[in-house]
Design a binder for this molecule. Structure first.
Ligand code: BES
Ligand code: MN
Ligand code: ZN
Length: 503
């Protein structure tokens, strides 16, 4: 499904010719300041009547449509609530645009116009507003129809025009749209990769996606095959891959955007398990199909690479995807097996379902070669994350206060919030093994913490942040701009982090 095209232009709500005109209104705010009165007059007082009757009062998620019968050039007017002005943040704008675009689609309109909201969040620039309006609209109109013979909601919405009453904000608004298209397009790409079933989205297919990305945006690509991984000694990743007929791939993409080619890079590592059965420590059948999205982290670092290169961000960036499928089988790892990681440390694999930390240990060790200025891994790592944080927070761990702060800020800005968890060494006693340097599970308590602590043993002295996106990577229900199923959450956080670092 093609992505919604977005552009800005100078224009007025009472003169714009369009299938549908969207107005975003705060609760109890009355008519929009700028053109509200003119518009209301043109409509013979219909707007004022509607607001006074309190059939629509601008609550978050509220939507009203009416036909204009030629009184203004726009065929339909769609009012969308932003909620209380007091609570207005950038995410309320994203959500309102998500609701708006779905209503436009329902009206079978292919294109629509939207006026800049007359109230904006405190401190938000036209760049911010343009970016979030774009994100909400593109992400809200997302559908994955590749494997369906019917297209349930028709062709979909293909174009959006953002109307700015004055010319002076147009430049900033267009820059915001450019960023919003980049972050939303990246998220859409991640959702697509995660939606494809695992018989299609194999490690080999991920590698070919990386080839396509590298070629398109002109970044370096290196793919290590099984033989090379053996030579290097990536025993943890190879151990996980052993049960599967799908060969593992170790994918490295490199972008030099900094003026100085030798600037220390940001290195992103994403868990790329194309399907997680649990291996010999087999998972229960219920909801196992969701484990096709266990490659979300990898898809996100690939998408972030593509976005950074497209935006020509002035920094050096490396994305690493250790990719494998976790299957049971005659050659699969057994519980109790000991593997030797790339770092030289040995691990007793007490549970083959704790495979994410195994492939990431080799991914992180490899990452330290590049002497990262910042090292971030992102992974659908633990069921314990689902238990501890539920659907609305990403678990964050880290060794560096400045980096944690930057990730936290990027998360707030992106509407993909992180919550810090402790990385205290006391918990390491849970990872002790009688036969190896450590074991890959930490027993009952603090499962998200012991997993993070395991990873911390492989990052050397790099400033490091780990993000656990299990529970946020998949949504049980459709929301304003989040679909049911794979959400792509984390993608916009990563890109925002890179944008902020480039400013
Ligand atoms: N991919 C799963 C974690 C997961 C669970 C992601 C639910 C999304 C939703 C991971 O590989 C896993 O199986 N973790 C185990 C670890 C345990 C065996 C220590 C878990 O959390 O159950
Ligand atoms: Mn697992
Ligand atoms: Zn997994």
């Amino acid at each position: 499904m093609p992505i919604l095209r977005v552009h800005a232009k100078q224009g007025h709500v009472d003169t714009e010719t369009t299938d549908a005109l969207v107005l975003l209104l705060c609760e109890g705010e009355g008519l929009p300041k700028e053109d509200g009165a003119i518009l209301d007059r043109a409509l013979g007082g219909a707007l004022r009547d509607l607001l006074q009757s309190q059939e629509f009062d601008g609550k978050a998620g509220e939507v009203v449509v009416f036909h204009t019968h030629g009184k203004i050039p726009a065929k339909r007017l769609i009012l969308v609530g932003l909620g209380k002005k007091h609570d207005l943040g950038l995410d309320q704008i994203r959500q309102a645009m998500g609701h708006a675009v779905k209503r436009v689609r329902q009206a079978k309109s292919g294109a629509f116009a939207v006026a800049l909201p007359s109230s904006v969040p405190h401190g938000a620039s036209p760049i911010d507003v343009g970016q979030t309006m774009t994100e909400g609209a593109i992400l809200g109109s997302y559908q994955f129809t590749t494997y369906r013979s019917d297209t349930p909601t028709g062709k979909g919405v293909t174009a959006m025009t953002v109307l700015a009453p004055q010319k002076d904000h147009l430049r900033q608004l267009s820059e915001g749209i450019r960023r919003g298209v980049a972050t939303a397009e990246a998220t859409v790409y991640v959702r697509d990769l995660c939606n494809h079933p695992s018989n299609v989205m194999t490690p080999t297919r991920i590698a070919s996606e990386a080839k396509t990305v590298a070629k398109e945006v002109g970044v370096n690509l290196k793919i290590l095959e099984q033989k090379e991984m053996e030579q290097l000694g990536m025993g943890a990743l190879l151990g996980v891959a052993k049960g599967s007929h799908e060969p593992p791939k170790f994918i490295i993409l490199q972008y030099h955007g900094a003026k100085n080619k030798n600037d220390r890079p940001v290195v992103l590592v994403g868990k790329t398990i194309t399907f997680d059965t649990g291996g010999i420590s087999l998972k229960p059948a219920e909801n196992m199909e969701q484990m096709k999205a266990d490659m979300t982290g990898g898809a996100e670092v690939l998408a972030a690479m593509r976005a950074a290169a497209r935006l020509k961000l002035p920094l050096n960036l490396i994305s690493i995807l250790p990719a494998a499928e976790n299957m049971p089988g005659g050659r699969a790892m057994r519980p109790g097996d000991v593997v030797k990681t790339l770092s030289g440390k040995t691990v007793e694999v007490q549970n083959t379902d704790a495979e994410g930390r195994l492939i990431l240990s080799d991914g992180l060790t490899y990452a330290t070669r590049f002497k990262p200025a910042a090292l971030i891994d992102i992974a659908t790592l633990t069921g314990a994350c689902v238990v501890a944080l539920g659907q609305f927070a990403i678990g964050m761990f880290g060794t560096d206060a400045t980096l944690k702060d930057a990730v936290h800020k990027a998360g707030l800005r992106a509407g993909e919030r992180v919550w810090e968890m402790p990385l205290w060494d006391e918990y390491f006693e849970q990872l002790r093994s009688d036969v190896a340097d450590m074991r890959n599970i930490g027993g009952r308590g603090g499962g998200m913490i012991t997993a993070a602590l395991f990873l911390s043993k492989f990052v050397g002295d790099a400033p490091w942040v780990h993000l656990d996106i299990a529970s946020t990577d998949w949504s049980e229900r459709e929301r304003a701009y989040i679909p049911k199923g794979p959400t792509g959450i984390g993608t916009r956080l990563l890109i925002q982090f890179l944008i902020n670092r480039s400013l």
